[in-house]
Design a protein around this ligand. Structure first.
Ligand code: ATP
Ligand code: MG
Length: 251
């Protein structure tokens, strides 16, 4: 199983949209994919129409009992795509795990009990706290969504530094999968300028595929389904399918 943490401590940059739709696109190619909702907001779980009352056992439970991972993983409406949902309880874990043994290695220990998956995506919360650290320790690669707006690069160096620290201290496998530019508005010159700046700063580590700003991507979660099911032909879905091809070819 190749495990990808989708991370950026900035909020609202497209982490969840990317995790949900990239996972769906890869499952559509016949791969067996697991998506772990690792954000107490539970947006990835909502994106699959999973009622809050139906989210136990959740990604919180596997932090104290790794064996819960297999029970927490459940099928979604997408064939070959399983989901481990998140509940609000996960917010408590940021505090409860402090000072505990192996505080950053809990998710990894739980995922190691799973078999039969090709890919695992971890949808991280917008912080660099213990939850995101658990995501980075569990991952082989980190995928960073970056919104094409003026402040895009702010905070990125801190995130890259955290990735390097986790790699040096506890997870030598960890590498950057790449940066994916999201919510690109082709009618806005600034969007293009930011995309160019990011490319000159990060070069080949930026995926060629750019995710456009597309209202269908933001509507899909309210219908409880990934955009790829909600509207396969919309520009956002097409971009995520292109990203999946590029991503799988690079992996
Ligand atoms: P958070 O940090 O809160 O977890 P996030 O980084 O996971 O946020 P998303 O939830 O994926 O970001 O996206 C933020 C908002 O922008 C959501 O309402 C989402 O539907 C919308 N959105 C994401 N990508 C696009 C896009 N390409 N075009 C239009 N809307 C988008
Ligand atoms: Mg999110």
């Amino acid at each position: 199983m190749r495990t990808i943490a989708v991370a950026n401590q900035k909020g609202g940059v497209g982490k969840t949209t990317t995790a949900v739709n990239l996972a769906t696109a890869l499952a559509a190619t016949g791969a067996r994919v697991l998506l772990v909702d690792f954000d107490p907001q539970g947006n990835a779980s909502t994106s699959f129409g999973l009622a809050r009352s139906a989210r136990s056992p959740s990604s919180y439970d596997l932090l104290t009992d790794p064996a819960q991972a297999a029970r927490a993983a459940r099928p979604t409406m997408v064939p070959d795509l399983a989901l481990i949902p998140a509940t609000q309880e996960l917010a408590g874990a940021e505090v409860e795990l402090v000072g505990e043994a192996n505080a950053t290695g809990r998710l990894r220990a739980a995922l190691e009990t799973l078999e039969g998956q090709d890919w695992c995506f971890i949808d991280c919360p917008p912080s660099l706290g213990l939850l995101t650290l658990n995501g980075l320790v569990a991952a082989d690669r980190v995928l960073i969504p970056l919104q094409t707006e003026f402040y895009a690069l702010e905070g990125l160096s801190q995130l890259l530094k955290t990735v390097e620290e986790v790699k040096a201290r506890s997870n030598p496998r960890l590498d950057l999968a790449g940066v994916v530019l999201t919510m690109h508005d082709k009618r806005n010159n600034l969007s293009d300028q930011v995309a160019n700046d990011v490319r000159s700063a990060l070069g080949h580590r930026v995926f060629g595929t750019i995710i456009p700003r597309n209202v269908r991507l933001s509507e899909a979660p309210s219908h409880g389904m990934p955009a790829l099911l909600y509207d396969l032909k919309c520009p956002g879905s097409e971009a995520y399918m292109a990203l999946a091809r590029e991503f799988a070819a690079a992996a």
